[in-house]
Structure formats: C-alpha cells, structure tokens
Design a protein around this ligand. Sequence first.
Ligand code: S3P
Length: 168
Amino acid sequence: MNSLYLVGFMGTGKSSVGKKMAERLKRRFIDLDDLIELKAKKRISDIFAEDGEPYFRKLEKNTLREISLKDKTVVACGGGIVIDPENIEIMKQTGRIICLTASPEVILKRVSGTGKRPLLNVSDPKKQIELLLERRAVCYAQADGTIDTTGLSLEEVADKILKCWTTN
Ligand code: S3P
C-alpha cells in the first residue's frame, strides 16, 4: 500500500530515478523487470524471443500483483505495464502512479546500443518509438502525474516527483 509506481516509455529513466526516490523516501526499491528476469531465470530479450510477448505480459502482471502486496515501495515498471488496464487498477489501488516522459530523440539516444529492448530491435527504431508512444499515449495519461525528464538531472526529476507526490 501507498507505493510509488514509476511508469513511462523505455529510456525515460524509471530505474535510475526509482533508486534515487527510494533513497530519498527511505523505502525499498523494486525493479519489476529485474524481478521478472530473476523469477524466469532468463533475460527479458530471451523471454520475448523464446516464449513471446503475451507470455512476458503474464509474468509482468503476476509479478506486479505480488509486489503490490508490499507496503511503501518504490517500483520502476517496464514501459508496457500500462497497456493492461488491470495493471493500472492494481497500481491505483495500492499507490500512486507517476509517468516519466522524454522526446523520441532522447529516448532513442538513451536506448540505442544496449540491445536490451526487444520491441526496439527493428530496422527503424525511431519510427517504432513514435508509433508506440502514440499508441500508448492514452495509457500513460492515466498516471496521477507526468514529468518530462528531457534535460533534467536525476536530482531535478526526483525533486519534481516529490512535489507531485505531496500535492496530488
Ligand atoms: C517494454 C519495456 C521494457 C521491458 C520490455 C517491454 C515495453 O522495460 O519491460 O522490454 O513494452 O515498453 P523498460 O521500460 O524498463 O525498458
């Protein structure tokens, strides 16, 4: 209960900012994707390649359900968590959702070369980013607050989240 869920597109800084927020709020930090990899004993990219995206989404939802039972955590979610309205419901019932955003150009710069994002492993990743951002816009809009991270330091993003957290 009373957890802080960070959502937003890949490369918007959820994990780095999440760690910082957990430090500031003296809370436990959970990276949902790391937990999924630990449970599945394989990398997200291998889950996508070997078991498919629908299987990954099931793991994602089950893992979210489990950790939502914990008190006062800071959770960095995978970028696609918001696609499933039930996930939004779970997060709303057990905490508040803050969405981090960045421009497609910044996202591309941050994710390129890592090879960790199976959904962006396409011939034109920039186009794919724009497409997914457009498709998911209504889902991300369900967050309790949105913070554009473009050009901001980790500390500045954390300050903004705190403000949003205390005023919402
Ligand atoms: C995904 C985002 C990834 C990861 C998976 C799917 C998405 O997490 O969960 O590759 O659908 O946007 P990050 O947002 O942490 O990269």
